[in-house]
Design a protein around this ligand. Structure first.
Ligand code: SF4
Ligand code: ZN
Length: 765
């Protein structure tokens, strides 16, 4: 154990704990001990503190004992001359650093420096909250506003966590500091993205952060591109460890306070490492010591003493790989080697998709945007047509891997021009069913998007694909779209896809012929979906995917009620069951129907008991007032009774404003979630709102008296159809929203003035 590192880590830890104490005392004096502290959109309190101590911090005063605990973990700073090396003390100071960092971040939120997810995160630069070397100059704060993320929300945690658990995503890199040059910064991130490794960005060196570097180079940052800018100070790196802690709580089935288990879970299962770019100061040493607790090694691109013996981490603890000394013909090659070294040190299992295309390929590129200025050619959009169609055929009719382009390629299309393209994939498999066609067809979007420099939007006959200059220069052509589909369908859907061939039509005559065929098929599917009502099937499906963090919650998914996260409808669940018969989606045989109005079947009730481990005894599929379906935490909307109005309000997750219920989304989410039945409150997927079975036991959509305006706007067409179905074409105009009613009195006045039908309906209870 290097005594040098220990000394500096302890110094950093001491300084940060002191700073946290000062901040806390100030906040206690100014705001009061009962002031609430919380991170937005997460149910894990202060996650590192929760995980390590079991304390659910909700108020400022609860932070006091946490910091006392942190203070107690600090050992006297060793005099460098006579001191016996002992890793435990460094680890302790690392943990104290994490508690202090999380405390500081939570206090920043108290002072109103909350980020909306992906927007508006104001830094504490220029205020007393950060010591000067950690802050960013005030003028730089403006440039970053809107780009810093703060903590990762629970929905994102769940979707990434599942990928981390099943191996699609190998791990994450916590990158702290500033790269040698912008070029190197971009290269490092690209190399990580290519391997589907999440990049968490934080820290700075002399005020410059890798976040600045990437933004200057036009690299798109955000959840969609697997690059999350937490903040430009070292303290914000705490969110990476908060994420790691929450992963263990969510997917490892662990509870707050199981510190040892949580750390071991991360060491064994979460492939993460810290990449320290540029000079390492005391605070970075201290934070690094915190990460080592989790088994995450630290790789630095500067000269620092190494800690090589293994023990807490799987391999080395701290590795120094001074950038200048890396072998390589230029900086880019050195950057590539640096990333390789990180992967080696942590032992990250990287599965690079076997897609044979001339551009980098991986899910990290799914969110990439191809801007007009970078555009080589586009298919679809304003000036041309692009459609995609996946059809099923008999096994003997499909030649697996056959890719054909029929018609001219895009070499003669002028720069930034467009052309018509039809993509037809033909799939065969022993387990394949006609009903899976749309489920698979929807994957084309994700698969094509995985290619760097290719952007895919839309589906069916409104697909829109953009190819960037960079991708075209590397030789990307139409045939590669076929290659991508062939590789990915085998890789991800091998259980139902035995063979796949792809034909790409640019020949106008054939393209139009196939477009007609595709449209006939889309129509057929629409009718099938419309006909696919709950009373036409013998089984619904369960979804228990969320039980890892809402252990007693089950979604019962029926043709007319999709899962509350909006991501799984009945057909998806059916396909998922075929792909993975022991997976989270199991058929529920309906058996005898006991109540067609409220929606009780023998089968669903029996399943509810088993699935909820006895917590729920009955579930009414169509009622909010009696045995409503439970919710985990990922609902798209909350539906809640407003007794005075004899109706319900529908609140969108995107709506942060005050509601007539006197609570905002985040407060209500706590009431709606957790896997318990709460009559009058339900979490739902937004497409359930337009189903004829939406709270049909209580009178259906006419009960909606208030709805977030964002829903009204984004689903205007759908709601119009619902209003007509309900025999009240003006219904939508009678529903209040946050712009005209945020209290019950305002709501009642609005309903009165607009003659809302709910006023004349039977009492809801
Ligand atoms: Fe979770 Fe329900 Fe969505 Fe399944 S359908 S992932 S259980 S919210
Ligand atoms: Zn969920």
């Amino acid at each position: 154990m290097s005594r040098y590192i220990a000394t500096r880590a302890m110094r950093g830890a001491n300084a940060l704990v002191t700073e946290a104490e000062l901040m806390l005392n100030k906040a206690l004096a100014e705001k009061g001990p009962d002031t609430k502290v919380a991170f937005p959109n997460t149910a894990y309190y202060m996650p590192t503190i929760l995980g390590m101590t079991g304390v659910q911090v909700e108020t400022l005063s609860q932070l006091k004992p946490i910091l006392e605990h942190a203070r107690g973990m600090l050992h006297p700073i060793p005099s460098t001359s006579k001191w016996t090396p002992y890793l435990g003390e460094t680890l302790d100071s690392g943990m104290a650093t994490l508690f202090a960092a999380e405390t500081i971040e939570s206090i920043r939120f108290v002072y109103g420096q909350q980020p909306e997810p992906m927007s508006g995160f104001k830094l504490a630069g220029g205020t007393s909250f950060t010591s000067p070397e950690n802050g960013v100059k005030a003028d730089e704060v403006d440039a970053l506003t809107g780009h810093l993320n703060g903590p990762i929300d629970d929905i994102r945690l769940r979707s990434w966590g599942i990928q981390l658990v099943d191996g699609r995503m190998p791990g994450f890199a916590a990158i702290v500091g500033c790269a040698k040059s912008n070029e190197v910064a971009v290269k490092i991130v690209r190399e990580l993205q290519r391997r589907n490794i999440l990049c968490f960005l934080s820290g700075n060196v002399n005020g410059r952060s890798i976040i600045h570097q990437l933004m200057e180079e036009g690299v798109e940052l955000g959840y969609d591109t697997y690059t999350v800018p937490f903040g430009t100070d070292t303290i914000s790196a705490i969110y990476a460890l908060g994420f790691a802690t929450r992963s263990a709580l969510t997917f490892g089935g662990l509870k707050g306070g199981q510190a040892r288990e949580i750390l071991l879970y991360n060491k064994d299962r979460v492939f993460a490492f810290v990449l320290a770019l540029g000079e390492v100061d005391d605070l970075k040493y201290a934070a690094a010591a915190g990460a080592i607790n989790y088994g995450f090694p630290v790789i630095a691109d500067t000269i620092i003493p190494e800690i090589l013996p293994t023990g807490v981490t799987t391999y080395e603890h701290v590795v120094s790989m001074p950038f200048e000394q890396i072998e390589g013909k230029d900086d880019l090659e050195k950057a590539e080697r640096l990333v390789q070294k990180c992967i080696e040190v942590r032992g990250v299992k990287v599965k690079i998709s076997s897609v044979d295309v001339p551009v980098p390929y991986g899910s990290a590129f799914e969110g990439e945007v191809v801007r007009k200025a970078d555009l080589r050619v586009e298919f679809g959009g304003k000036h041309s047509r692009c459609f995609e169609y996946l059809q099923m055929a008999k096994l003997e009719e499909v030649v697996d891997g056959k890719i054909e382009v029929i018609g001219p390629d895009f070499s003669n299309v002028p720069a930034q021009g467009s052309m018509d393209v039809g993509i037809v994939a033909t799939v065969a498999g022993r387990q394949m069913q006609k009903d899976f066609e749309p489920v698979l067809e929807r994957q084309i979007h994700y698969f094509v998007n995985g290619a760097s420099g290719i952007q895919h939007v839309g589906q069916r006959d409104i697909a829109w694909i953009r190819v960037s200059n960079a991708a075209a220069d590397k030789g990307f052509n139409l045939e590669h779209i076929g290659k991508i589909l062939h590789a990915r369908f085998h890789e991800d859907f091998g259980a139902i896809v035995d063979k796949i061939s792809v034909t790409i039509y640019t020949d106008p005559k054939l393209m139009n012929e196939w477009l007609e065929k595709a449209r006939a098929s889309y129509d057929y599917r629409n009718k099938r979906l419309a006909d696919l009502t709950d009373n036409k099937v013998d089984e619904f499906y369960s979804c228990t995917l969320c039980q890892s963090f809402a252990p007693n919650h089950v979604c019962v998914v029926s043709p007319q009620r999709l899962g509350l996260c909006g991501a799984y409808n009945w057909l998806d669940c059916k396909a998922s069951f075929s792909i993975n018969p022991t997976g989270p989606n199991q058929p529920i045989r309906l058996g005898k129907q006991m109540d067609p109005v409220k929606g009780y079947w023998e089968g669903t009730n029996d399943y509810a008991k088993i699935g909820s481990h006895g917590v729920v005894n009955e579930v009414a599929m169509y009622s909010i007032m009696e045995n409503p379906m439970t919710a985990c935490g990922c609902f798209e909307c909350i539906v809640m009774l407003i007794p005075e109005a004899n109706g319900v309000m529908v609140l969108s997750r995107e709506d942060t404003s005050m509601t007539p219920a006197g609570m905002t989304f985040s407060t209500l989410a706590g009431i709606a979630g957790g896997g318990l039945q709460t009559p009058g409150v339900m979490g739902v997927g937004k497409f359930y709102l337009i189903s004829p079975k939406f709270i049909s036991a209580e009178g259906g959509f006419k009960r909606v008296v208030w709805m977030s305006s964002v829903l009204k706007e984004t689903m205007a067409e759908e709601f119009k159809a619902v209003a007509e179905r309900e025999g009240d074409p003006e219904l939508l105009d009678k529903i209040a929203d946050e712009r005209n009613a945020t209290t019950v009195d305002e709501l009642l006045a609005w309903l009165e003035a607009h003659n809302h039908p709910a006023m004349a309906m039977d009492p809801m209870f």
